[in-house]
Write a protein that binds this ligand. Structure first.
Ligand SMILES: *[C@@H]1O[C@H](CO)[C@@H](O)[C@H](O)[C@H]1NC(C)=O
Ligand SMILES: *[C@@H]1O[C@H](CO)[C@@H](O)[C@H](O)[C@H]1NC(C)=O
Ligand SMILES: *[C@@H]1O[C@H](CO)[C@@H](O)[C@H](O)[C@H]1NC(C)=O
Ligand SMILES: *[C@@H]1O[C@H](CO)[C@@H](O)[C@H](O)[C@H]1NC(C)=O
Length: 464
């Protein structure tokens, strides 16, 4: 055996020198069997007889145990993916062999990316019983990885990262998952999981990332979510979740991203969410919220991206939105928002995308011209038949953001203005109060005429 051997650690460029190489025979055989069950290349074992030392392979990593005089090498990581070898690296009939993996008791990382693409593969329930040291399991982008997530995965108490994203897994999320107290990241996105999210998920006390997006999950959100005190990112988008957002979600003080978009959630959004003081991304779009914009929104000072598109929101645009100095994108399109466009939105220093299209907004758009020029096509006020634009912008602005399709305020005596006389009646826009009522606003003239004539009719009837 070589008296001086070199050991290359994956991705890091330092070498460990040790005297002699000792590996347990069983472990080496296990590695060869695993590689044989996965790889197209049947000569992998011949090419890498000493995978921890003389003949390393970038997807396999070893660690030294024992003292330096008699070191023992253990296989600690197997990673196969397009970043390791030019694909295809896995064979058509690649399998997950728990029998072979059982021989690798020191494995910490098993990561197979885009490996199962031919014949169907199921996650064997015996797989999880075999690991006692596994910290990261990532089986991602495997189109022919089918079946249910075995409940036996809860038998791996050391697991910190579980990513089963972009496979074809179906069935329910096993409730046993709640027992994985060390789990920090759980990503089950882009599968065909169904049923409800188990209440037991509240047991994952170390969780920082929870991504269940793009599945067929149903039922209500578990109230136990509030127990996940370290959660920074929660993504439940594109499922069929219903009911209200639980009050306890407001306890998630570390939350930076909350994405519940494309579900069937109903409103109102609980006031407790005002406690999410680190929240930067609040994405609720495409849910039948059907209530007003939450009043507390203006208190979420860290918000960068806020989307309530297509949520059936009613009522006015809140002026408190203009307190959100960090806001970069605001999407409130496709709602039933009424009243005027708050001019103060145009003072938000970082706002770069504003979509208020397809609402029932009315009145004159009085956003600062500099703001309109800055956003260009990223400003969308289209589909608000009651909105009008000051002539001034039409002449000076060479760009054509779709809002400029809104008619000039002088031209709005037509049916569009009449359609929205109801909205105007409810709340008079601020700018009406200090403008000269008798000049220019055909809408208001009509409005007072309507009121006047109704009053006259009533008066006459009462006389009779
Ligand atoms: C996998 O396919 C190869 C040929 O591509 C064949 O020799 C081998 O027996 C197959 N293995 C299994 C487990 O089906
Ligand atoms: C929003 O407006 C549409 C069209 O007028 C109406 O059908 C719908 O019921 C309204 N939704 C709410 C929540 O008011
Ligand atoms: C605004 O939202 C609508 C959908 O409601 C979309 O069609 C349009 O492209 C969006 N505009 C911008 C500028 O993003
Ligand atoms: C409103 O405008 C008319 C002329 O259009 C003017 O005579 C009147 O004094 C103005 N009233 C106020 C309050 O500015």
């Amino acid at each position: 055996m070589a008296s001086c051997i070199c050991f290359l650690v994956l991705f890091s460029m330092f070498f460990v020198f040790a005297a002699g190489e000792i590996m347990e025979e069983n472990e080496l055989v296990g590695l060869f069997e695993v590689m044989d069950s996965l790889l197209d290349d049947t000569s992998w074992g011949e090419m890498h007889p000493l995978p921890c030392t003389d003949t390393p392979w970038p997807g396999v990593q070893c660690e030294i145990a024992g003292d330096l005089n008699s070191p023992i090498f253990h296989i600690t990581k197997i990673h196969i993916g397009p970043d390791i070898l030019s694909p295809p690296c896995c064979k058509f009939n690649a399998t997950l062999s728990s029998k072979a993996l059982l021989k690798l008791p020191y494995l910490k990382t098993l990561s197979l990316f885009n490996c199962f693409t031919g014949s169907p593969v199921y996650i064997p329930s015996t797989l999880f019983g075999t690991f006692s040291t596994l910290e990261l399991l990532a089986l991602r982008s495997n189109p022919t990885l089918f079946g249910e997530i075995p409940s036996s995965l809860a038998k791996v108490p050391t697991l910190r990262v579980l990513s089963l994203s972009q496979n074809n897994l179906y069935g329910r999320i096993p409730k046993e998952i709640g027992g994985m107290v060390s789990l920090e990241q759980l990503d089950l996105s882009y599968n065909k999981l169904s049923g409800s999210i188990p209440q037991e998920i509240g047991g994952l006390r170390s969780l920082t990332i929870l991504d269940l997006s793009w599945n067929g999950l149903q039922g209500e959100l578990p109230y136990s979510l509030g127990q996940l005190q370290h959660l920074e990112k929660i993504d439940f988008s594109s499922n069929k979740l219903q009911g209200r957002v639980p009050q306890d979600v407001g306890h998630l003080k570390e939350l930076v991203l909350l994405d519940f978009s494309h579900n069937l959630l109903t409103g109102p959004i609980p006031e407790t969410l005002s406690g999410l003081q680190k929240l930067e991304y609040l994405i609720i779009e495409d849910n039948p919220i059907n209530s007003g914009l939450p009043l507390f929104i203006g208190r979420l000072k860290k918000l960068k991206v806020l989307s309530f598109s297509g949520c059936g929101l009613t009522g006015p645009l809140l002026t408190s939105l203009s307190h959100l100095d960090g806001l970069i994108a605001l999407s409130l399109d496709n709602n039933n928002l009424s009243d005027t466009v708050t001019p103060a939105l145009g003072m938000l220093p970082n706002l770069d995308h504003l979509n208020l299209s397809h609402n029932f907004l009315t009145g004159e758009v009085s956003l600062p011209e500099g703001f309109i020029n800055r956003l260009g096509k990223r400003l969308d006020l289209g589909g608000n038949v009651g909105l009008c634009t000051r002539q001034k912008f039409k002449k000076t602005n060479k760009m054509s953001p779709s809002f400029l399709q809104t008619p000039s305020c002088l031209e709005t005596r037509g049916p569009a203005a009449l359609d929205h006389s109801n909205n105007i009646k409810k709340v008079k826009p601020v700018w009406y109060q200090d403008s000269n009522m008798s000049s220019g606003s055909g809408r208001l003239d009509h409005q007072s005429f309507e009121f006047g004539s109704t009053f006259l009719v009533c008066f006459l009837i009462s006389l009779i």
